[in-house]
Design a protein around this ligand. Structure first.
Ligand SMILES: [Mg+2]
Length: 234
């Protein structure tokens, strides 16, 4: 149960917590797959390609979150290395797809089920904010496209702060921007390492959004967003 006594600020991760990154990505990647004739080039269907891309992208994001690779490297490698897994080597095409994807994906408007109801409910009693490791040129587009800006006092983007979640510094910066202290803060996000471990280290309360029902970690968690309000009942 959430300790509500001092709680004033609720911080949300954006990608795959509110904005449905997976669905929005799939739509654009499927369009680019068809436009660029990748079925023939990779000798595979879209879902095999999409599954391989998601795995590769996840691995590279892990490296980016921990500052082991740069944003540019992440962008250059994720499609190229996916292509290579299918024995297809065309860096220029992979980079072109990467650029098209970055330009088009943020215009997706699929949100996680229950997110608007949750934001409506929590915004009645708390100040809401976003903390995201996403790229700054796309995160504001997503929020505007989905009319989400009205819910959030601060949108804290790791690129602006210079530190990614789970680095404690981004949580400290969030406290500073909210003019508050750790006792008043709670983080909700889908990435256990980045969102939950990071916020816990900063001394915040946390709720792990765990739709995959992973049993890897024992912590306050929900499997769907609509469950979150039950943690706020007294
Ligand atoms: Mg996320």
């Amino acid at each position: 149960m959430v300790q509500k006594k001092n709680l004033q600020h609720i911080f949300f991760d954006l990608d795959d917590t509110i904005w449905d990154f997976e669905k929005n990505s799939e739509r654009i990647l499927s369009k680019l797959f068809d436009e660029q004739g990748l079925a023939q080039k990779l000798q595979n269907d879209f879902y095999t390609y999409f599954t391989a891309y998601k795995k590769k992208n996840g691995e590279l994001w892990q490296l980016y979150n921990t500052k082991k690779i740069s944003k540019d490297e992440l962008r250059k490698r994720r499609f190229h290395e996916t292509f290579l897994q299918f024995g297809y080597n065309d860096f220029d095409l992979s980079y072109f797809i990467s650029e098209c994807y970055i330009q088009q994906a943020p215009y997706g408007t699929e949100l996680k089920k229950g997110s608007i109801e949750l934001l409506d409910t929590l915004s009645a009693n708390y100040k809401l904010h976003v903390i995201t490791n996403g790229f700054k040129e796309v995160q504001h587009i997503k929020l505007a496209q989905c009319d989400l800006q009205k819910y959030f006092d601060n949108v804290i983007i790791s690129e602006d702060v210079g530190h990614n979640k789970p680095n404690i510094e981004i949580f400290k910066e969030a406290e500073r921007l909210g003019n508050t202290t750790k006792e008043a803060c709670l983080m909700i996000g889908d990435n256990f390492e980045a969102d939950i471990e990071g916020a816990k280290k900063a001394g915040w309360q946390t709720i792990w959004y765990n739709p995959q029902k992973s049993k890897r970690f024992q912590t306050t968690q929900v499997h769907c967003l609509t469950e979150i309000v039950t943690h706020f009942k007294t």
